[in-house]
Design a protein around this ligand. Structure first.
Ligand code: TRP
Length: 334
């Protein structure tokens, strides 16, 4: 029996942080190890191009994301791991799909609507600062998904609409040409809860409160020392409730360690000591993959080799799907 195809993309818009690691990378790596599915993971670099306009950042973020995934245990033999921009079939399909996509559908995309609303609030022209890349983002995402006959797309809640639009677009195409494109389903990623950043708010690049996954050990220590705490004096009992230190600790520690940590809070651990212990558990988990990460980042040609091989396999599959599309639309004769 054909295996289920699971596909997901990650947009390289910055140095991956602990929130990305816990929420997306670790679960995806686990998923890819399941033997009864074919997994496709890719770096959605041309989606990132809608916001990253520095050549240096654009190049660097893709390598960082690739190295982070590989160092975190993604086995490129067990899945197809590639860079979107290395698969030209996706962009050809994107154009074809755009000819079957209603402009009105794109008008309803959350990300686009938010930008229009922002402009209106600032009394700007509604189109201010909106380029076609942002506007057509969902069509490219539909191509990413449909080019591989994807069954399941694991996504966060913010991406559900894009998968629904993918179905709309595929339906419209199929309505005209028959069952050519496979309709995907989304699968909501398990909610790992909010991963708090340095200031206690959700860890996010836009709040500048992130801890990069594989920053040097010294920097990790420094950042953990910056995590916000309240002003309870050193000797006094401290509450674990609402404590960013405690919330992060329990994600990285065993149940036993966490219990012990909570007890020390009650007994009046100093914030300095609490931070030192948090650093220990986080570092214990990241030290080994960090070495692999550093090695790859020092030799990006190793990453290129992996991604090129992934692209070769991805293209093989996408060409099969595209051949069906060509036939359907009459390219190359009927
Ligand atoms: N838009 C997704 C995000 O911002 C990334 C992405 C691009 C994607 N293409 C995809 C995710 C295809 C799943 C499937 O996170």
């Amino acid at each position: 029996m054909a295996k289920n195809i699971v596909l997901t993309g990650i947009k390289p818009t910055g140095d991956p942080h602990l929130g990305n690691y816990l929420g997306a990378i670790a679960p995806a790596v686990e998923l890819s190890q399941s033997p009864d599915r074919d997994s496709y993971f890719f770096i959605a670099d041309y989606h990132a191009l809608t916001s990253i306009h520095s050549a240096k950042d654009f190049a660097h973020y893709s390598y960082q994301v690739a190295a982070t995934w590989l160092a975190s245990g993604l086995d490129p033999e067990k899945c197809v791991f590639y860079r979107q921009s290395d698969v030209p079939e996706i962009f050809e399909l994107s154009w074809i799909l755009s000819c079957f996509t209603q402009k009105g559908l794109m008008n309803r995309a959350h990300a686009y609507k938010a930008r229009v609303a922002e402009n209106e609030q600032k009394k700007e022209d509604p189109d201010h600062g909106i380029d076609m890349g942002l506007y057509c983002y969902p069509v490219l995402m539909a191509a990413d998904i449909l080019a591989f006959d994807t069954d399941i797309v694991p996504v966060g809640a913010d991406q559900v609409q894009h998968v629904e639009m993918t179905r709309d677009i595929a339906n419209r195409f199929n309505h005209r040409f028959g069952q050519v494109l496979k309709l995907p389903e989304y699968q909501l990623k398990e909610d790992v809860g909010v991963i708090e950043g340095l200031d206690g708010r959700k860890m996010s690049k836009s709040y500048q409160n992130t801890i990069p996954v594989f920053c040097p050990q010294k920097r990790l220590k420094k950042l953990i020392n910056k995590i916000k705490t309240d002003s309870t004096p050193p000797e006094e009992p401290k509450s674990t409730e609402g404590s960013t230190l405690y919330n992060l600790y329990k994600i990285f520690a065993t149940a036993e360690q966490t219990e012990n940590y909570a007890r020390q809070f009650q007994e009046g651990i100093s914030w300095g000591e609490a931070k030192a212990q948090l650093f220990e558990v986080v570092n214990a988990r990241l030290a080994e993959p960090r070495e692999k990460y550093d090695e790859m980042m020092a030799n990006p040609e190793v990453i290129d080799v992996v991604l090129k091989e992934g692209a070769r396999r991805a293209r093989e599959k996408a060409q099969v799907v595209l051949a069906r599309v060509h036939k359907a639309i009459g390219k190359g004769g009927v």
